[in-house]
Write a protein that binds this ligand. Structure first.
Ligand SMILES: *Cc1c(COP(=O)(O)O)cnc(C)c1O
Length: 412
């Protein structure tokens, strides 16, 4: 199939133009755990990476493969691997590629659970340095002889800092370091990390790609830019089995997915695939709603601060405008000291008090009391998270209804 078609056209017709089963427009949900082969040689070849095919569903399933293909198309990559969650994708990728003697540089503005698993790796003996990744010079200053990987997010959650994505990409390619970008907050509709020289791209499929808050999933995509043939941590056996460009993903599929077992179910893969068909439409609408709401909040006397890359007051507004198709659906607000943040949230009738983001519905959560509670007040202050911060994941409702709901809660 040609890959020159547009973003949404490609997604809508991917299953039908691949190898359709019975003319099925969607890839069917294959529930078999194991796969039988008439000639045992086929089974042997699959085990030895000599042939593509299915043996046991923990490391591959046709319904999941169809979703992986779509993620690869969206990210303009070489290949992708799907996981049960975004966290499974992140932890499997790090575990498969890093050894205890290695060093990692990570953004200090990370999704809370990502920060937490990196802390677990530190407890296991890994050397990880956290830096303010909005300036490449902070990353450069921490690069050591044994630095193997740099990990950043596009738009940080909840304070919306934007990493120096281009600068870090140039630095990593100059030094031959693997550059891993978590693209969840932008999604491949707004941004492709391959354009800033990322080697691997992570997505939580749970968020914008699936988009309806009805299935968990994650993915890692190989952009094809990183030279795996010189990466020292590749299991020697793989080098004789697969082409050099496939070494990284083979290692992640075997050592990460197969051995740690964070496998995506075929039912979830189907839901995520259907959700992805409307990613462009949903995100256009959510981004437009978010910009309108951010502007409304910025002019409201009871709002102290608005964190949204689409506002000119945002420190990386220019960078966001240059790199991203739109400014995203996520924002945070800080209320005036005279308003109790929890009481305000309870006045909202339409907006749902809920975790998660990238849902079709608008969701609001008090940050310090929930997703960043475990960190404690000191670390929150370090990360630029005010105690009265509210994170909003703006959905695709009719804008007037959203404005009305916030207006009533602020003024009622
Ligand atoms: C939600 C999220 C994840 C984790 O994804 P899950 O599918 O919930 O495991 C990772 N990174 C970012 C930026 C996220 O927002």
């Amino acid at each position: 199939m040609t890959t020159k078609r547009g973003f949404t056209t490609t997604l809508l017709h991917a299953d039908r133009l691949g190898k359709p089963e019975h003319g099925s427009l969607h890839k069917p949900i294959h529930t078999s755990v194991t796969y039988g082969h008439e000639d045992v040689q086929d089974l042997v070849d699959i085990f030895q990476n000599k042939k593509k095919g299915y043996a046991y569903s923990r490391q591959g399933n046709p319904t999941v493969t169809a979703l992986e293909y779509k993620v690869t198309q969206m990210e303009k990559g070489l290949s992708s691997i799907a996981f049960s969650t975004g966290m499974a994708a992140i932890s499997a990728t790090i575990m498969a590629l890093i050894k205890h003697t290695d060093h990692i540089v990570a953004s200090s503005f990370l999704f809370g659970n990502s920060r937490s698993i990196f802390q677990t790796y530190i407890d296991l003996g890994l050397d990880i340095t956290f830096v303010d990744a909005t300036d490449v010079e902070n990353v450069r200053a921490e690069i050591k002889e044994n630095t193997k990987l740099v990990f950043v997010e596009t738009i940080a959650n909840p304070a919306t800092q934007i990493a120096d994505l281009e600068g870090i990409g140039a630095l990593c390619s100059e030094k031959g370091i693997l550059y891993v970008v978590d693209n969840t907050m932008t999604s491949p509709y707004l941004f492709n990390p391959v354009d800033v020289k990322a080697g691997l791209v992570i997505n939580s499929l749970t968020k914008y790609i699936g988009g309806h808050g009805n299935a968990l999933g994650g993915s890692v995509t190989d952009t094809g830019l990183f030279d795996w043939s010189i990466y020292p941590n590749i299991f020697p056996g793989f080098k004789t089995q697969v082409k050099p460009e496939a070494l990284g993903m083979t290692q992640i599929r075997k050592k990460g997915l197969r051995d740690a077992g964070g496998t995506l179910s075929p039912e979830a893969a189907h839901s995520l695939s259907v959700g992805a068909e409307t990613l462009a439409l949903r995100l256009e609408r959510a981004c437009n709603n978010a910009l309108a709401l951010a502007t409304y909040f910025e002019n409201h006397p009871k709002i102290k601060k608005v964190f949204y890359p689409g506002l000119e007051s945002h420190p990386q507004h220019e960078r966001a405008g240059k790199l991203f198709a739109k400014f995203g659906g996520l924002m945070s607000i800080e209320l005036d000291d005279s308003i109790d943040c929890l009481a305000f949230l309870n006045k909202l009738q339409l907006v749902v008090k809920s975790s998660n983001l990238g849902d079709t519905r608008t969701l609001a959560i008090p940050v310090a009391q929930t997703i960043f509670f475990e960190l404690g007040a000191e670390r929150r202050a370090e990360m630029g998270i005010p105690e009265s911060m509210i994170r909003l994941s703006v959905g695709i409702e009719d804008l007037d209804d959203l404005v009305e709901d916030f207006k009533a809660a602020l003024e009622g």
